[in-house]
Design a protein around this ligand. Structure first.
Ligand code: EPU
Length: 422
């Protein structure tokens, strides 16, 4: 397994090109199943999660052409061969559940392996399933597979989510585009990635209104066409590099094609810690203060502070002056990185879903192990700010969701090197 060697202590300075958003690209790729015309996507990031979904789509019969250097991907589901999403592919990436809604909507049936839990929590999909039932699908569980059927097609209805679910909203949104009649999704997730999916679906001929609000209304249509769509920039990657600039007391310029979606929910936290933020036409620059101020964070659905930046925020706050309280309200097991931060000299204690971070003047490099995707970059941030060498093990987590990490970091002065598995 690859590892990352980091020599800490260098303030990061330079420009970071922000890649396309993984969590927008995944549902939008699944949307290709809703039409037999080609879906042309731009700004698709090179990530193992993207490759995993592509493999699943290809197993279903989708054909694809990828222009790697240009980040272009064309998908065509004109000759679907099967509606079975096998366990071996789904278990590698939970977002595979996103094929369920489109398959039932267009083909009247689907058999998708029930995703298991993962390192950050149990991650049930009951709300996806209940929503599809509200649209008339009949569901059963057979040998670990969700079997869904709607031979006469789905029928519009009202789906009220008791808690906001990002991929749940996306699955239902896709399913409802081809349902007969009107569907209303109440308490829909507000994440920009959901909006990007809705924008792409509308470009394919769907009739969705209420974009960016908690109530989405979908007037079903009989067929969707192909479309060309550019994936929004990855706000979590942008936030991650902003936090890396803070921890190393550097200054990074984040460059992207649509700035509006960058940093919206982490700005208050960055400002409270003392960041200076300047915006230009196509970039935002985050400069660290000499001394970082402590601040409290509660992870929440958008527009609250994202759970996907909790580990990275914790790395920075472990170096702030004073104590900070971090509450994780989305995932029940997303504090596994704390033990690794403590090995680097951080002073953090956990009380249930609350962590108390008492800032220390410096961290020390150490061998550490990534426990999930976002924790990996949290540990990289800690390593970049620490004195001495950090060796990050289990790098495959990082490659699921961050593109060209070593290249982007090295361009900003970091001493990082991937040590390939022999
Ligand atoms: N939930 C249920 N039942 C469901 C669905 C969700 O109880 O049927 C609960 C979950 O257990 C959790 C909460 O609802 O407590 C929110 O889960 P949500 O469904 O919103 O999460 P998700 O759609 O599975 C997406 C991102 C995650 C991100 C979360 C929260 C994608 C592909 N994944 O997951 O991203 O943490 O929303 O913002 O969009 C990551 O990129 O590292 C990552 C984990």
């Amino acid at each position: 397994m690859d590892r990352l060697r980091i020599q800490g202590g260098v303030p990061l300075k330079g420009v970071v090109p922000i890649s396309g958003a993984k969590n927008a690209a995944l549902p939008i790729m699944a949307a290709c199943l809703l039409t037999d015309a080609p879906l042309r996507l731009e700004n698709v990031p090179h990530l193992t999660d993207i490759r995993a979904l592509l493999r699943l789509l290809e197993t279903l019969g989708v054909t694809s052409t990828m222009d790697g250097p240009a980040h272009r991907l064309t998908l065509s589901a004109h000759a679907l061969q099967q509606v079975l999403a096998p366990y071996d592919l789904v278990r590698k990436m939970r977002a595979s559940i996103l094929v369920l809604g489109p398959l039932v909507a267009r083909h009247g049936k689907a058999k998708v392996s029930l995703p298991g839990g993962c390192a950050i929590g149990v991650r049930p999909v009951d709300l996806h399933l209940r929503g599809l039932e509200m649209l008339g699908a009949s569901l059963s569980l057979e040998d670990g597979y969700i079997c869904a059927e709607a031979p006469k097609g789905l029928v519009g209805g009202t789906v009220t989510f008791p808690v906001t679910t990002v991929t749940g909203t996306e699955n239902l949104l896709m399913a409802a585009t081809l349902a007969r009649g009107t569907t209303t999704i109440v308490n829909a997730a507000l994440e920009p990635e959901v909006r990007d999916l809705a924008t792409c679906l509308n470009a394919m001929g769907a009739r969705i209104t209420g974009l960016g609000t908690p109530t989405l209304t979908i007037e079903g249509v009989s067929a969707l066409s192909g479309a060309k769509h550019t994936i929004i920039p990855d706000r979590i990657e942008a936030g991650t590099y902003a936090l890396a600039a803070m921890a190393t007391r550097g200054a990074l310029t984040l460059k992207a094609h649509a700035l509006g979606t960058l940093l919206p929910s982490e700005l208050p936290m960055l400002i409270q810690m003392g960041a200076q933020i300047t915006q230009e036409e196509e970039s935002i620059t985050v400069s660290a203060p000499e001394t970082l101020s402590a601040c409290d964070i509660t992870t929440e659905p958008f527009p609250g502070y994202p759970t996907d930046l909790q580990a990275q925020g914790m790395a920075v706050l472990s170096l702030a002056q004073g104590s900070s309280i971090i509450r994780e309200t989305i995932w029940e097991n997303r504090f596994m990185h704390i033990a690794e931060f403590v090995r680097m000299g951080a002073d953090i204690s956990v009380h249930g879903l609350t962590a108390v971070v008492r800032g220390v003047p410096c961290l020390q490099g150490a061998p550490v192990m990534a426990t999930d995707l976002r924790a990996s970059f949290g540990l990289i941030i800690a390593g970049l700010a620490a004195q001495g060498e950090t060796m990050l093990h289990r790098l495959y987590h990082l490659d699921r969701g961050y593109e060209a990490t070593e290249k982007k970091l090295s361009a900003c002065g970091a001493c990082v090197e991937r040590v390939r598995a022999s």
